[in-house]
Design a protein around this ligand. Structure first.
Ligand code: NIG
Ligand code: FE
Length: 410
């Protein structure tokens, strides 16, 4: 039996609470223990408390003195597009010249250009590229991510991406929650009707049989998949036992949030253009909004989602990176905390709840990760600061000191 005691955190941010995601004022209650410590046994949290008390129970443990640093549960990044070939540097330069995301996509850039590079890459190449990115996430203090397929848009290529995700789970220490996003764009070689058919009749049954995904997602947007097509795909996925997420109301308000509520989705993501009715629909169906300020920032847009209203209405908000080569090339949750506070007017404590415990619930793992409590998996991030608010305050560098996954230092 291996035991490890992490002692003398200036602030041990536990986020311990009731067994449900946080809403309203609860988002600001971080459950901080000053001069806190954690005792870890066999990868799980055994005791959390003041360092003096933890130390008394840690006679058999290896002791690490954290030297007055801030300690958090590792970030749970609930929305990423981790596996892809190439990059989108040309899009990036075009945007700097003033072209929009949609204009660039029409002119041969956008998601489709990444699909071509992803199709051309072997499973090993994609794995090697994704493995490097896994290290980036760990360096930013993230210990669990959700990752979507969606740059294959053909049966074998979508399966290839999902297998890379499966292999990352076996061969790296980061936990990766797999989502099928076959409906990310319509491939050039096929009509939208035929492609929706392929997703429903070939892709979904196959990946469900091989248990390659826990969630199904769609990009419900003008020029991608409309409400009707999105409803068809997500309904088929639900019948196969997959849980639902959705890219909705990002560039236009198409009623996507209402659709996610109607279908009982776990999350509705983006929501930059969602109006009051959309927010009310999410509330009544208990759908968690996943807000992605990195993509607003990186696309050079000005309109962030209405987070204050969402909090006031009692939604269990989540913050995530949307890591992808096109609209949000960042793996950094601390950067997202900064954007949440400066651009969306969240408080640092609200942002931290949204980036940890609420993210954990949104990937169906709220009982195992996302807070520092006895019985949970010992995923712990240590930061080189004394006050948790510094995580959102300093920006442009990851303030990470060390990261523990299942009690092992990475
Ligand atoms: O979440 N909106 C659709 N999907 C991604 C962008 C993907 C890409 O541009 O490659 C997003 O922003
Ligand atoms: Fe996305």
């Amino acid at each position: 039996m291996s035991a490890l005691a992490l002692l003398h955190a200036s602030q041990l941010v536990t986020l311990a609470a009731a067994k449900k995601p946080r809403v309203g004022k609860e988002l600001s209650e971080l459950g901080i223990i000053r001069d806190g410590g954690i005792l870890i046994r066999d990868g799980k949290i055994d005791i959390v408390g003041p360092s003096g008390e933890v130390e008394k129970k840690a006679k058999d443990a290896e002791i690490v003195d954290l030297g007055g640093r801030v300690v958090l549960p590792g970030f749970v990044d609930a929305h990423t597009h981790l596996v892809f070939g190439g990059n989108r540097l040309d899009d990036f330069e075009r945007r700097a010249r003033g072209e929009t995301y949609e204009q660039i996509a029409k002119a041969g850039g956008g998601i489709w250009s990444t699909v071509e590079k992803t199709r051309a890459a072997s499973e090993d190449d994609l794995f090697a590229a994704a493995k490097k990115r896994v290290d980036w996430f760990l360096k930013c203090g993230t210990t669990t991510i959700e990752a979507k397929s969606g740059y294959g848009l053909a049966l074998e290529d979508e399966l290839k991406i999902l297998r890379v995700i499966q292999r990352l789970n076996k061969e790296t220490s980061l936990e990766v929650v797999p989502t099928f996003l076959g409906a990310h764009a319509v491939p050039r070689e096929m009509s939208p009707e035929k492609y929706v058919d392929l997703v429903i009749n070939e892709m979904l049954p196959r990946l469900a049989k091989e248990k390659l995904a826990e969630f199904c997602d769609v990009f419900c947007e003008r020029g991608y998949f409309d409400i009707e097509q999105s409803r068809k795909i997500l309904t088929a996925a639900k019948k196969l036992g997959l849980k639902l997420r959705g890219h909705v109301d990002q560039l236009t308000n198409s009623g996507g949030a209402k659709l996610m509520a109607e279908l009982g989705a776990t999350t509705a993501d983006h929501l930059e253009k969602t109006d009051e009715q959309g927010i009310a629909a999410l509330r009544s169906a208990n759908v968690q909004p996943v807000l992605l300020p990195g993509s607003v920032y990186a696309l050079g847009l000005k309109e962030y989602p209405r987070v204050r209203q969402m909090i006031e209405d009692g939604l269990a908000i989540v913050l995530a990176t949307d890591f992808n080569p096109g609209s949000s090339p960042t793996p950094s949750m601390p950067m997202i905390l900064s954007l949440a506070c400066t651009q969306m007017k969240m408080s640092p404590s609200e942002a931290i709840s949204a980036a940890t415990i609420n993210g954990a619930y949104s990937v169906n793992r709220g009982d195992k990760i996302g807070s520092l409590e006895a019985g949970k998996i010992a995923n712990v991030a240590v930061f080189d600061c004394e006050d948790y608010r510094e995580l959102a305050y300093w920006f442009g560098m990851p303030p990470t000191h060390s990261v523990y996954l299942r009690g092992g230092r990475v």
